[in-house]
Design a protein around this ligand. Structure first.
Ligand code: ZN
Ligand code: ZN
Length: 281
């Protein structure tokens, strides 16, 4: 099982069919495709609008062709952009999907007007993050507050009616934020605020993703979000689903074993029960 995958339609490294074959060899029951939906500005890792239809056609073909061996779900990872909501939802093809993973990769810069927002990437390399920090007067507290605010807005912003809404890598900003020494002093506050937002608005999303990419690709010692938050969410019975954010078939279950073992040692939840039979439109 894995609903978070990127193929060569966006920034992944292999065809969707290669992912399907690998998922079958791993005896997955479910495989979801979650291309980065087109963005309203130039971006080298998202699906270009002109490839949107061919992506949908290919996923539909694989779904039908492999239906006896694997349940394939057609999805997108969609960006929340403050002031614009989920801009990709203007595309009919996107709205025909089975599920959405909602993520933040960009923050609106505080100086830009809400009517003509400008965005800074928080998920890129450190230099890009420092550009985002510059627009927040190099204040880590400011950028983390902006991130928390955007996360809350994202959760409260509705999708297409009835659509499955999974919150993707909910503490992603820590990838870059932890490189700054000030993060340690802010971390407790940040996670408390994040937890409160996720609990307060739990009726507005389907589940929170446990994303293992931080572990096997980004050199972090914990998944997104960190174990302390996962433990708190599990204790509140918030639905969690494990994904690897695979960009290559070889990453389809990367980091799963380590994450599951650690979580099961911390909580009473049985992660192996977290499969997707409840994923319905
Ligand atoms: Zn993402
Ligand atoms: Zn992703």
């Amino acid at each position: 099982m894995n609903l978070h995958t990127h193929t060569d339609f966006c920034d992944g490294k292999s065809s969707p069919e290669d992912f399907v074959k690998k998922a079958i060899s791993l005896e997955f029951k479910y495989l979801g495709f979650s291309a980065h939906a087109p963005l309203p500005f130039l971006c080298d890792w998202s699906l270009p609008t002109e490839r949107l239809d061919s992506y949908c056609v290919e996923i539909a073909r694989l779904k039908a062709h492999y239906q006896k061996k694997l349940q394939i779900l057609h999805g997108f990872e969609i960006d929340f952009l403050e002031g614009m909501g989920f801009p990709c939802l203007t595309e009919d093809a996107v709205c025909g999907a089975d599920f959405f993973i909602c993520s933040i990769h960009f923050l609106k810069t505080p100086q830009s007007a809400i009517t003509s927002p400008k965005f800074a990437e928080i998920d890129g390399n450190y230099a890009q993050f420092m550009l985002a920090m510059k627009s927040h007067q190099y204040s880590l507290k400011k950028i983390l507050s902006n991130y928390l605010n955007a996360t809350e807005q994202m959760i409260l912003t509705p999708l297409v009616a009835g659509m499955v809404k999974i919150i993707g890598h909910v503490d992603k900003i820590v990838l870059n934020a932890t490189q700054l020494p000030e993060f340690e002093g802010l971390s407790e506050w940040f996670y408390e605020e994040l937890f409160n937002i996720l609990i307060q608005h739990r009726g507005h999303y389907h589940s929170i993703e446990i994303n293992t990419r931080a572990l096997y690709k980004k050199g972090l010692s914990q998944p997104y979000p960190r174990y302390n938050l996962l433990e708190m969410l599990a204790n509140q019975n918030v639905p969690l689903i494990i994904n690897s954010d695979a960009h290559h078939p070889s990453e389809l279950n990367a980091g799963y074993k380590e994450t599951v073992e650690r979580l099961e040692s911390l909580t009473t939840i049985n992660i192996k029960n977290l499969h997707y039979k409840w994923l319905k439109k």
